[in-house]
Design a binder for this molecule. Structure first.
Ligand SMILES: [Zn+2]
Length: 694
């Protein structure tokens, strides 16, 4: 479910980057590390990505299916063979395994069932797999309704408000909305709140389809039968809907886990199902009401109308039973030779809506190849490297969240970084988003990797004509959420992007080979970059966080927030306490950088001092973890970043304040000034201690 990440606010901080920065390494050790890196880059096998991808994606494997268990077994075998310690973590999650039964049909003016599944294409043999499922939205309500139709554009909060303003009554109607503009779960939430009886969601050809270019299999846009699947879960936490804060451990296990009654949850009640634009067209062509505002017009050859009128009736039936479904995470460990209790964690989910060639298993294939490369190396990493394959991400970022909740204390004490690689090799364009402390490391590492079929480095191609590549700030949308926003593990999300048949049954090996990367070399390039980042994190004497970046990034985020508050409260004096703490943070960050640099040049840290430094560095990000959490949901505990709780789409920096801004609230601004200044002062105290040790 990687698509949401694209929407992140890009901020650039100009900093002078030196050519060859090996932060955290003694000057005298840089050459040793260079040898390790050269060995690593050379060991990467450029053929293995393609082989793994082919095997992983040979059959559709939705979470909870026997085929997904076969994928799990293959990953376990591969990693065990490569010398990793592999453990399986089972959970019983309240969800649906499949679409159950669903029907979409015209009832008036004519009776006609509408298509709900992709066509079989001669060019793509995978499209004929009998185990492919029809289009569905997990966590739909169940029901059977026949009603008139209202078109709601993208089904955002603003769209529903405009419908109301225009006097369109949604009560008891079936809403037809297009994908885009927000997370699909919010379309269902708003439709239900406005009294709709059911919801149909389609991808409009203007957003992906013939209006944009050639369609699959001739081109890379949605054809008239392509359907975006996806979860509708919109709880104010991620993971299993019955066990917020706790792991959904097996019902037959030794540990009793407190589970909510499904009646206590906020799961949607109305039937919701996605349809292709070929089917939406049959509804739209019979609509008779007033025309839509110009920006609501899509790409089908009709004037889109707000209402269908009483002579158009559509039936939507969804019977999607939920039950406890057993899901499994697979976590492999390559134990560190010197600091085994400090963990660098890489991860990607492995469940898919169909075959999952780009989303997610391009990431899985790359990680399996990485496990083989690292397993073969003579030089073992000094810190432990863990690779997690998460289950049931597509249903609501479930597997990774349950694992984080289960491992919370250990992660707080041991996790150096979490690197999320969902769909990580989906094209030829590099991109990344991360927490501030890891940004420099990604940029530096990208200078060492050759871009396939070119004489340039990844850094050069990625940066283009800019001084350095833009690294986004991390929002929601995938398996880093619990690591970063619930526990406070510095996180990174990265890889390559490109053409996408997002969440359709056409995300197959055939599509990959034809449109995503015919050379299959990008898999190895991403492996080299992510491996190098991991090895620098694993082998540095002192964890190579860019501590000074906290102050620089936060300053920009607070400037932005203050300007937005002034937009509705012109006499706002600013977050004055926080600003004072920030000034100090900027100063302390610079001092840390200088002190560390001089120690690294002289190379004289005693083992005790080194231990102390590393332990304290692991604690820095925790300053932003506030036990009270956010007003939109206390599970979200990071003051630094969260998913936007109104659309589920954008990444929110300073979410405590953003929530007030979004509602033009003024009452809690002073409280947030207190809470943010307290967090930053706590961080300052930790950095001051680091500086004293150095
Ligand atoms: Zn995904």
């Amino acid at each position: 479910m990687k698509k949401l990440l694209i929407n992140c606010l890009l901020l650039s901080v100009t900093g002078i980057l030196h050519a060859q920065d090996y932060d955290g390494f003694y000057q005298s050790q840089v050459n040793d590390q260079k040898k390790v890196e050269a060995e690593f880059l050379k060991t990467v096998d450029f053929n293995s990505f393609k082989q793994h991808l082919k095997t992983l994606t040979k059959e559709p494997h939705v979470a909870g299916s026997p085929a997904n268990e076969r994928v799990k077994d293959y990953m376990m075998e591969t990693m065990q063979k490569a010398g990793w310690d592999v453990e399986v973590y089972p959970y019983d999650v309240y969800m649906s395994k499949d679409p159950g039964e669903s029907v979409v049909e015209l009832v008036l003016p004519i009776r006609k069932p509408l298509n709900q599944q992709e066509y079989i294409l001669e060019e793509d043999p995978f499209s004929a797999d009998p185990n492919l499922l029809k289009g569905w939205n997990a966590y739909s309500g169940s029901g059977d309704v026949t009603a008139e139709v209202v078109y709601a554009n993208y089904g955002t909060k603003a769209d529903f408000e405009l419908l109301k303003e225009m006097g369109i009554d949604i009560e008891g109607k079936i809403v037809l909305a297009r994908y885009g503009g927000n997370f699909r779960g919010y379309k269902a939430k708003f439709a239900q709140e406005y009294g709709a009886a059911g919801l149909l969601i389609f991808t409009d050809p203007k957003d992906s389809g013939f209006t944009r270019g050639l369609v699959y299999p001739e081109g890379l846009f949605y054809n008239e039968s392509a359907i975006q699947r996806g979860s509708l879960l919109t709880e104010d936490f991620t993971g299993d809907p019955l066990t917020p804060f706790d792991p959904a451990l097996p019902l037959d296990g030794d540990t009793d886990v407190k589970r909510l009654d499904p009646e206590e949850t906020n799961l949607h009640k109305i039937p919701v199902t996605p349809i292709p634009y070929g089917s939406a067209r049959e509804i739209l062509e019979h609509m008779k009401g007033k025309p839509v505002p110009p920006s609501w017009q899509g790409g089908l050859p009709y004037t889109y109308r707000l209402e269908g009128g009483e002579n158009l009736k559509v039936r939507v039936k969804v019977d999607q039973p939920r039950d406890f479904v057993r899901v499994h995470n697979v976590v492999g460990t390559l134990k560190g030779s010197e600091r085994p209790d400090e963990w660098i964690i890489l991860g990607c989910h492995y469940d898919a809506w169909g075959h999952g060639a780009t989303d997610p298993n391009s990431g899985t294939a790359m990680l399996l190849s990485l496990s083989e490369t690292l397993g073969q190396m003579e030089n073992k990493p000094k810190r432990s490297i863990l690779i997690g394959h998460w289950d049931a991400e597509e249903h609501g970022v479930i597997g990774s969240t349950e694992w984080v909740e289960q491992m919370k204390e250990e992660l707080e004490a041991k996790a150096v970084a979490y690197i999320n690689l969902d769909a990580a090799v989906s094209g030829r364009n590099f991109g990344a988003a991360s927490s501030p402390t890891l940004k420099k490391l990604i940029i530096e590492s990208s200078k060492e990797i050759t871009f396939p079929d070119s004489a340039k480095t990844v850094f050069e191609i990625w940066a283009g004509d800019k001084e350095e590549p833009s690294i986004g700030n991390l929002g929601g949308g995938s398996d880093h959420i619990a690591f970063y926003m619930h526990v406070g593990v510095p996180s990174l999300n990265g890889g390559t992007g490109g053409p996408t048949l997002y969440h359709t049954n056409y995300d197959t090996f055939h599509f990959y080979e034809k449109f995503v990367d015919p050379t299959f070399k990008m898999g190895a390039a991403v492996e080299q970059l992510m491996g190098l980042i991991s090895l620098r994190l694993a082998n540095a004497e002192v964890i190579p966080y860019d501590v000074a970046r906290y102050g620089k990034d936060l300053k920009l985020h607070f400037e932005n927030a203050e300007n937005q508050v002034k937009g509705y409260k012109s006499d706002f004096a600013g977050f004055t306490k926080t600003q004072m703490a920030l000034e100090k943070l900027l100063d302390l960050g610079q001092k840390y950088e200088a002190a560390l640099k001089s120690k690294m040049e002289s190379g004289d840290l005693s083992p005790e001092v080194k231990d102390d430094l590393n332990t304290k560095l692991l604690g820095l990000e925790k300053s932003f973890i506030d036990p009270k959490g956010m007003y939109f949901g206390s599970w979200y505990r990071s003051l630094y970043a969260s998913t936007d709780p109104f659309s589920g789409y954008a990444s929110w920096m300073l979410p405590g304040i953003m929530y007030e801004i979004e509602q033009k609230e003024t009452e809690r601004l002073a409280e947030w000034d207190e809470r943010y200044s307290a967090a930053i002062s706590d961080l300052n105290a930790k950095i001051e201690e680091l500086n004293n040790i150095l």
